[in-house]
Design a protein around this ligand. Structure first.
Ligand code: FMN
Length: 184
């Protein structure tokens, strides 16, 4: 299904994949649980991680006075990918504020930068998340389904790792392999 060129071949779970993955990390900690999960996933997929903490992406502005911040360059990077994985902790039953701010800015792609927005249509995406509750709340998954539907993104099942303490990859190997097997 490659969405754009720049194919990359690697072996994963005994099958070849030729996809160019991008992980967008949206946590308040660049070395916390979600960052560690992102690293595991990115290493397996040979993907680049973009940390929103290192970018300047401001709140949606009705007057688009922020059009020169890092939002458009990140979307331009996304459209070069075949598959984008959003990584967020669960904060108050929802995605992180960083990721919500990023999605708010997608409004720019429906107004002042429609051409770039059109390039995102059909883009496969998924979500990887960490939290302390046993399961992802339906409010969390519902948001991504609705946003994907509206924007014409193809939403794949999320990976959730319940982390009562520090993220330990060994404890989530089965879930991680299951996730990778489905998207790659
Ligand atoms: C502000 C805040 C809100 C949180 N809300 C939830 C929540 O609603 N549900 C949940 O399961 N965990 C919640 N947690 C726990 C975090 O999701 C969990 O510790 C996560 O692994 C932290 O990831 P991070 O290290 O990337 O920030 C919350 C933590 C914080 C700091």
């Amino acid at each position: 299904m490659p969405h754009a060129s720049a194919p990359l071949s690697l072996k994963l779970c005994d099958k070849d994949i030729d996809l160019n993955f991008l992980v967008v990390l949206a946590s308040s900690r660049s070395n916390g649980n979600t960052a560690k999960l992102s690293k595991e996933i990115a290493e397996s997929l040979h993907a680049q991680i973009v940390d929103l903490q290192e970018l300047s992406i401001s709140y949606f502005d009705y007057k688009s006075r922020n059009i020169s911040d890092d939002f458009i360059p990140l979307v331009e990077r996304m459209v070069l990918s075949d598959f984008v994985v959003f990584a967020t902790p669960v904060y108050w039953y929802s995605m992180s504020a960083q990721l919500k701010t990023f999605f708010d800015r997608f409004t720019d792609l429906l107004t002042v930068n429609k051409e770039l927005g059109r390039k995102l249509r059909g883009m496969p995406i998924s979500v990887i998340a960490t939290g302390t509750d046993a399961e992802l709340p339906s409010s969390f998954t519902g948001q991504f389904e609705l946003i994907s539907n509206y924007l014409g993104l193809v939403y794949h099942d999320p990976l959730y790792c319940c982390c009562p303490d520090e993220f330990n990859p060994q404890q989530h190997q089965q879930a991680i392999q299951g996730f990778l097997g489905k998207i790659a």
